[in-house]
Design a protein around this ligand. Structure first.
Ligand code: SF4
Ligand code: SF4
Length: 432
């Protein structure tokens, strides 16, 4: 997590030195996508990634990045045995090429009971040997412990895979857990990398695709080691709270809060946990740099965090701490906001309008002469603003009004028939 100055305090790169890896990532890398207790939302998120896109990775068009051969339950053209065959090869160590394992969805506790008792999650059938035998479904849990040790990296995409997520919530009967919980704290890939976690429900697709290329560039020896935090998250994506970059943060600071969903203001009083949640969706956008929770009017429910969902429930109820910070913000923010409106009002006038004491705008909302209060406040504000400097406002007072100002009136053009059709539609800054 970055400190108040944005410095990475405990972010760490525990990755081994490049020279020790020797994994031969020249041409291509296979990616074996495994779906556990999942809704497939992470697949959709990855399909929507744009920088880089899934297609760019598969076509190998990102300079320096090996081509990605994606084996995916939804996106692969192959089905049945033809689809499963490369998984078998990888599990048997006969693939002959480097590969990454990606888990979407959480890991059920299937390994804790006999195969004959069934499973919560499976992929393919017929065992894990070189040739399929029978039609008994293959548990996802077994794929994972067979594939992960031989992978150059094991990545968890989405909050279910990174921290257990919704399938691991209180009351679940599946014993669901994260990939990190399942593989254990001693797990390292063949390149020496622990499980990499890209959380979110669903995650930002670009967060995942960017992590993939950053990792691959480093593994190929043409990029710097990525910096991960203490939970294996890409630190440059998850080191800030969502609140710090939220488009509504200015409302929070001025103490203006939404009362119901759809209101434009800060959403903390209707359940936003943004001030304590590490997420970059407001900077990155949900898809193609567009959207994202607050940009779309949604309060943060902490979906990227290991405590999600239980520690953020009930959703859409104001977090207890917000009463203190929000209350303080209302008091000092209310005062600050009023002072800012006065400055904004002054800045919304040409100096010439002050000299003429009139605004020549036909727009209905444009206010005419300034009030004495405006002038009084502006006087003291300018005193401070220009302290030790040239007071351009005073200089401008000596500026003569242009002679051709209001030329149509001077030329006798008759405006009496013009109609102000927008009068009812125009709102003043104060009304907005
Ligand atoms: S909407 Fe949430 S994240 Fe945005 S400013 Fe308000 S509390 Fe912070
Ligand atoms: S802002 Fe909150 S709810 Fe939205 S993606 Fe980020 S962590 Fe999840």
């Amino acid at each position: 997590m970055a400190d108040k100055n944005g410095k990475h305090g405990n972010a760490s790169s525990i990755l081994p030195d490049r020279a020790t890896r020797g994994i031969g990532l020249e041409e291509l890398v296979h990616v074996f996508w495994v779906s556990g207790m999942s809704c497939d939302g992470c697949s959709i998120a990855f399909a929507g990634a744009s920088n880089p896109s899934m297609e760019q990775l598969q076509w190998g068009t990102v300079p320096g990045v090996p081509k990605m051969v994606l084996h995916h339950p939804m996106f692969s053209e192959d089905a049945g045995d033809a689809f499963i065959e490369p998984y078998r090869q990888a599990a048997a160590g006969t693939l002959g090429a480097p590969y990454i394992v990606v888990l979407e969805g959480s890991v059920p506790d299937d390994e804790s009971f006999p195969t004959a008792d069934g499973f919560f999650s499976s992929m393919g059938a017929g065992g894990f040997g070189p040739t399929p035998g029978g039609d008994q479904p293959n548990r996802v849990t077994e794929w994972l412990y067979r594939l992960a040790p031989g992978a150059i990296a094991s990545m968890a995409i989405g909050t279910c895979a990174t921290w257990g997520g919704i399938p691991a919530a209180a009351g679940n009967i599946t014993g669901s857990m994260s990939l990190m919980d399942y593989l254990g704290k001693d797990y390292r890939s063949t390149a020496g990398v622990p499980v990499i976690n890209v959380p979110g429900c669903a995650p930002v697709g670009d967060n995942f695709s960017e992590t993939v290329i950053t990792l691959l560039l480093w593994l190929r020896g043409v990029g710097y080691p990525p910096v991960f935090d203490e939970l294996g998250r890409p630190a440059w994506m998850f080191d800030q709270t969502v609140h710090r970059h939220c488009p509504k943060a200015g409302y929070y600071e001025e103490g203006v809060f939404a009362e119901e969903p759809g209101d434009n203001q800060c959403l903390v009083e209707i359940g936003c946990w943004g001030p304590v949640v590490q997420c970059n969706i407001v900077e990155r956008g949900a898809q193609n740099h567009m959207g994202g929770c607050m940009a779309a009017g949604g309060a943060c429910i902490g979906c990227t965090m290991p405590g999600f969902p239980d520690k953020y429930a009930p959703f859409y109820k104001a977090p207890p701490g917000s009463a203190i910070s929000g209350g303080i913000s209302k008091v000092y923010g209310g005062a600050i906001r009023r002072l800012r409106r006065m400055s904004m009002k002054t800045g919304n006038r040409e100096p010439m309008w002050d000299n003429a004491d009139e605004i020549p705008s036909p727009w209905a909302a444009a206010k005419g002469p300034r009030t004495n209060t405006d002038k009084f406040a502006a006087y003291f504000y300018k005193k401070l603003q220009y302290n030790g400097s040239t007071h351009h406002g005073n200089r401008y007072k000596k500026q003569p009004l242009p002679k051709s100002r209001d030329i149509l009136t001077q030329k006798g053009v008759d405006h009496s028939q013009s109609v102000d059709v927008l009068r009812e539609k125009v709102r003043s800054r104060e009304e907005i």
